[in-house]
Structure formats: structure tokens, C-alpha cells
Design a protein around this ligand. Structure first.
Ligand code: PLP
Length: 226
């Protein structure tokens, strides 16, 4: 077997394992950041269509080279000056962390005649470095949305990243907190508000148990990143 065949086989096997552990109704975002086109095509060949990237130019370039029916999700920190690279095609932005950013996405989406689905990222971890709204800020943001008349974005849910720790109790508490907040907000939101994106390779089983509807899994499918 060639090395390429080897990699393709292992991605197929890994993807299969992940899928077997996901209940029906949970969407798998295959996080392909820093990985080459060949790896994405290996997963694509197994029927995977939803891929997540965290850098705008990298996602733009991959989108231009890879099949048209891939749904590209942006999961990294998004700077306003990078929105332009992804706005023509992105299908979900997981990482909206300010109303200013949401407003910018809205106006650029308007220029492209698109309506772009977005998640508000909530800071649920004990780490300083992860972006996102506090619960209070997020509640305020959601309440203020109707008055902002953003016609070209649709806030369809929330995203959160738990603390990177082996202490499952901590991770579980953080995911449970986000699920609780999600359930609290849902009745005040339009029907489309139904996505709860939480869980990565190390903690997605906990996230799913706590109510995630979408998981973002990279290294478990594609192997460690360089
Ligand atoms: C990289 C990344 C992931 C995937 O992480 P893995 O540990 O490789 O599964 C998920 N979510 C976000 C926001 C990421 O940046």
C-alpha cells in the first residue's frame, strides 16, 4: 500500500468509529484545519460533507479547490477584516463573539445576497484564552437581536468549548451549563434556534450526553495536527 492509501484507510476507519458513537440527529463537523486536501477528500469519499476550518484564507482556498457540495463551517476566531474571504460560501459560522462581528457579517452577507447562519460563542471554560460571550452578555445579545434588524444573518444556536482538562466532572458541568442556558433561551427565540455546538475529540462523548446537537471533531478523524 502507498502512504496515501494508508492515510485514506485510516481516516475512513476513524470516521467510521466516530460515527458509530454518535446518536442520530447529532451533526458531525469534521475539523480539517491544517490538513491537506487529500485528507478532506478521503473523508468526503466516505460521505462526509460537513467540514470545519479555523482560518479564513485556508478555508477560502480549500473551498475553491474541493467539491461544491461540501458545507464549510467556520469555527475559529473571526476577525472582521477576514469575513470577506468566507462570506460568499460559508454555511455556518460557529464563533460569533460580539454583536459588532455579527453586524459586519450581516452587512457583507447582504452584499452577496446571502443570509448566513451563525452561532453565538459562549465562554464556558475556565481558560482566559477562549473567546466568547459571558452568559449575561449572551442573554443581552439575544434579547437585543430583534431590534437590530439584521436581515442577512440568522442566529441558529450556540457554541461552547469546555476547559481542556482530564477532569470529566468539570467538563460535564460546563457543557450542562450551556445546555441549560440554551434551553432557557429557546422559547424566546425563533424556531430555527436549535443548534448546540459543543464537543471536540477529547470531550465529545460528554458533550453529546449533555445535549450537544453538533460536535466538532478533528484529530480523532484526521490524526494529530502538526
Ligand atoms: C480545532 C478545533 C476543534 C477540533 O479539535 P480536535 O481536538 O482536533 O477534535 C473543535 N473546535 C474548535 C473551535 C477548534 O478550533
Amino acid at each position: 500500500m502507498t502512504d496515501t492509501e494508508d492515510v485514506t484507510m485510516s481516516i475512513a476507519g476513524n470516521l467510521d468509529k466516530v460515527r458509530q458513537t454518535l446518536p442520530e440527529g447529532v451533526t458531525l463537523v469534521a475539523v480539517s484545519k491544517f490538513k491537506p486536501d487529500e485528507d478532506i477528500l478521503a473523508a468526503y469519499g466516505c460521505g462526509q460533507r460537513v467540514f470545519g476550518e479555523s482560518r479564513a484564507q485556508e478555508m477560502r482556498d480549500k473551498h475553491s479547490r474541493l467539491p461544491d457540495d461540501i458545507e464549510w463551517h467556520f469555527i475559529g476566531h473571526l476577525q472582521t477584516n477576514k469575513i470577506k474571504y468566507i462570506i460568499p460560501f460559508v454555511s455556518l459560522i460557529h464563533s460569533i463573539d460580539s454583536l459588532h462581528l455579527l453586524g459586519e457579517v450581516d452587512s457583507q452577507a447582504a452584499h452577496h445576497g446571502r443570509t448566513v447562519d451563525c452561532l453565538l460563542q459562549v465562554h464556558i471554560s475556565q481558560e482566559e484564552t477562549k473567546f466568547g460571550f459571558t452568559y449575561d452578555e449572551c442573554r443581552e445579545a439575544l434579547r437585543s437581536l430583534p431590534g437590530l434588524h439584521l436581515e442577512h444573518v440568522r442566529v441558529v444556536g450556540l457554541m461552547g468549548m469546555a476547559t481542556n482538562t482530564d477532569d470529566t466532572a468539570v467538563v460535564r458541568r460546563e457543557f450542562a451549563g450551556l445546555k441549560c442556558f440554551f434551553d432557557e433561551m429557546r422559547p424566546c427565540m425563533p424556531e430555527a434556534f436549535g443548534v448546540l455546538s459543543m464537543g471536540m475529540s477529547e470531550d465529545y462523548m460528554v458533550a453529546v450526553a449533555e445535549g450537544a446537537t453538533m460536535v466538532r471533531i478533528g484529530s480523532m478523524i484526521f490524526g494529530q495536527r502538526a
